[in-house]
Design a binder for this molecule. Sequence first.
Ligand code: NDP
Length: 313
Amino acid sequence: MTVLLSGRWSAAEGERWAQLLREAMPEERWLLHPPRDAAEAAAVEVAVVANPEPGALSGLPNLRLIQSLWAGVDRLLQDPALPVGVPLARMVDPAMNEAMVHTALWAVLSLHRRFFELQAQQRQALWQAPPQLRAAECTVLVLGLGELGGRTAQTLAGLGYAVHGWSRRPRELAGVQIWQGEASLAQALAAADIVINLLPLTPQTRGFFSAERLAQMRPGACLVNLARGAHVDEAALAAALDRGHLRHAVLDVFQQEPLPPDHPFWPHPQVTVLPHCAAQTDPRTAVPQVRANLAALRAGQPLAHLVDRGQGY
Ligand code: NDP
C-alpha cells in the first residue's frame, strides 16, 4: 500500500518517524507529504498523521484510512477539509497510558501530601509539617474514564484514594464510584478534593471549566488538567485561585502552547506548569499499533481505535 506521512512537526521529527515506520513496515511504500503529483496522490491509501496542516489530506481520492500517531484528534477534526467517510483511527499506546498514570499519580500525591507547599517552604527555610491525611480521606474525581482516565482512576483506587469517576455513558470500574452524565456533574464536583481532567476536547467539553463550573468545586479543592487547554477558562481559573476558592492547579496543557513567557500562570504560587509532557506517544509501542491497523485494513478486518466523528472522540 502507499502510505502518506503528514505531520505538524520539525523536519527532524518527521524524518525520525518516517525512518521508524519504514523500518517496521518495509512492505509499504512511504511518501512524505505533499505527494509530488496527481498520480502519487491517487496511489495513497493510508495517511499516517500527526496533527497535519489543515487541508493536508484533501485531494487523496483513494484514501481508505487515516491513522493518527497522537491520542487526541481534536485538532484533526477541526480541519474542514478532512475527508469525510474515511475511517479515522487514533493512537492508543500502552507506554503513553502508563506515563499518564504516572503523571496523574505524582500530581495527586503532591496535592494530597502538600509537597508543592513543602517545596515553597524549603525556599523560605521554613520547617513546618503539614497535616497528614489518609488517602481514603482524599476524594479524587476523574473526569473522562476512557483509555487514560479509566486507568488513572483504577490505579488511584488501588492506592486507597476515594476515587470517583465521571463519563458520558455508564461504566463499571472496580473501586470507583461512577457518576454519569450532566445531571450528576455539580454533585460530583462538589464532593472532590482533587479533580483530574481527562476528557477529550469536543464541542460539548470545550470551555468545560467555566467560572460557573469552577465555583461548583469544593472550596480548597485542586484542579489537575492533563487533557486540553481549551477545556479551561484560564482567567476564571486564575480568579478562583486568587480568591482562595481553589488551592492549587497542576496544568500540563494551555490555551496557547508553548505558554507565553509573560503568562500569569508561570510565576503563580498556586500553579504548577508542565510543558505538555504528561504522556507522549512512544514510537517503540506506537509503531506496532500502526502496523496492526495497516494489516487489518489489508485483510479487511476490523480497525482498532476508530474515532466516532459524530461524538468528536
Ligand atoms: P478516550 O476517548 O479514551 O476517553 C474519553 C472519556 O471521556 C470517555 O470515558 C468518555 O465517556 C468521556 N467523555 C467524552 N465526552 C464526554 C462528555 N461530554 N461528558 C462526559 N464524559 C465524556 O480519551 P483518552 O483517555 O485517550 O484521552 C483523554 C484526554 O487526554 C484527551 O483530551 C486527550 O487529548 C488527552 N491527552 C493528553 C496528553 C498529554 O500529554 N497531556 C497525552 C494524550 C492524551 P464514555 O466512556 O461514556 O464514552
